[in-house]
Ligand binder design. Structure first.
Ligand SMILES: C[S@@+](CC[C@H](N)C(=O)[O-])C[C@H]1O[C@@H](n2cnc3c(N)ncnc32)[C@H](O)[C@@H]1O
Length: 304
């Protein structure tokens, strides 16, 4: 069987999990099981909870990880709620390799690509909100906000306006229509002018930044005492969230700045940041798999 996704920064990632003694690692974003399989192979003491919100991916990984079935459990759903599904298990590791899988990107009927006949972009196809709802239903102000915040598009007002003008005549039905409208109004640049707009819509449809913040918060509030948290991100907005969160987790004193003497107990740090700088893919890896180009891995060791 052909595996539709190549795991990124895999060797570097599993290195951090190899010394765990026993217990469960949650793979929040199992996808096609590349990282999961590598952890299971390199660490025979560890059990895995394999989570994803894409049923197609989970079904694939169930087959792929069949040889390890005694050590694997599968859960379906958003990772913002994954801790609700692991009950009282002894969690010693959390891995999230966020963003879209190659299959989601490449399979036209998922609606992530410029050539799609649909306008969908849901990672979880049971979810209500689709890209079509966003593009046809959001107000001009809402569109401006997502293009500005999630696309970091300089001309966010213009792009929201051309969409709103165009949909007055006829609603958008396909990604092709949206991409070609944007193309018509923006000069050709190094990247396709619709790239950032699609990114913004995708982040909105899948609530990607909220998902990440909630996941990190649930790790902090979990009963993990000792363990590894590894997060791989694909764009700067996400990396910033991970970086700042890990920094906060190392702060012992959380008193507001104006306080003269510490009143918080000075015991709020929950462990150690293991990656002062993010780990990125090697040149060889980027050559073999260009999608690894923007990946960043940050790792935190919880100890409390
Ligand atoms: C980059 S792929 C993971 C690939 C995987 N590590 C592998 O080796 O095959 C990202 C996966 O995360 C899932 N995903 C992204 N955000 C999610 C979320 N908030 N909750 C659950 N799954 C999510 C996607 O459905 C996708 O399958």
């Amino acid at each position: 069987v052909e595996i539709p996704h190549i795991p990124v920064i895999k060797d570097e990632t599993i290195e951090f999990f190899k010394d765990l003694k026993d217990g469960y690692v949650i793979d929040c974003t199992t996808g096609f099981g590349g990282h999961s399989e590598a952890i299971l192979e390199s660490n025979p003491n560890i059990k895995l909870i394999c989570n994803d919100r894409d049923e197609e991916a989970l079904a694939f990984s169930k087959k792929r990880l069949e040889p390890f079935k005694d050590r694997v459990e599968f859960t379906y759903g958003a990772f913002s709620t994954v801790f609700d599904r692991v009950a009282d298990k002894n969690i010693v590791g959390v891995l999230a390799d966020i963003g879209v899988s190659s299959l989601q990107l490449d399979k036209l009927d998922r609606g992530f690509s410029f050539n799609s006949q649909t306008l969908d972009m849901r990672m979880d196809t049971n979810q209500q909100l689709t890209a079509k709802d966003v593009v046809n239903g959001y107000s001009i102000n809402e569109l401006e906000t997502i293009f500005k915040e999630y696309g970091e598009i300089r001309e966010y007002k213009k792009i929201a306006r051309i969409i709103c003008d165009d949909r007055k005549n006829k609603k958008f039905e396909t990604s092709i229509e949206l991409a070609s409208l944007i193309e018509k109004h923006f000069k050709k640049a190094k990247i396709h002018p619709a790239t950032l707009a699609f990114q913004a819509i995708r982040i909105e449809v899948n609530k990607e930044l909220d998902e990440l913040s909630i996941l990190l918060n649930s790790v902090k509030n979990s009963n993990m005492k000792d363990g590894i948290v590894a997060i791989i991100t694909f764009h700067s907005l996400e990396d910033k969230i991970v970086k700042n969160t890990f920094r906060d987790w190392t702060k012992s004193c959380i008193c507001p700045q104006e306080v003269m003497r510490c009143e918080c107990g000075d015991n709020h740090d929950i462990g150690k940041n293991l990656t002062k700088k993010p780990i990125i893919a090697s040149k060889e890896e980027v050559n073999q798999n260009p999608r690894s180009r923007s990946a960043k891995l940050r790792v935190f060791a919880i100890k409390r």
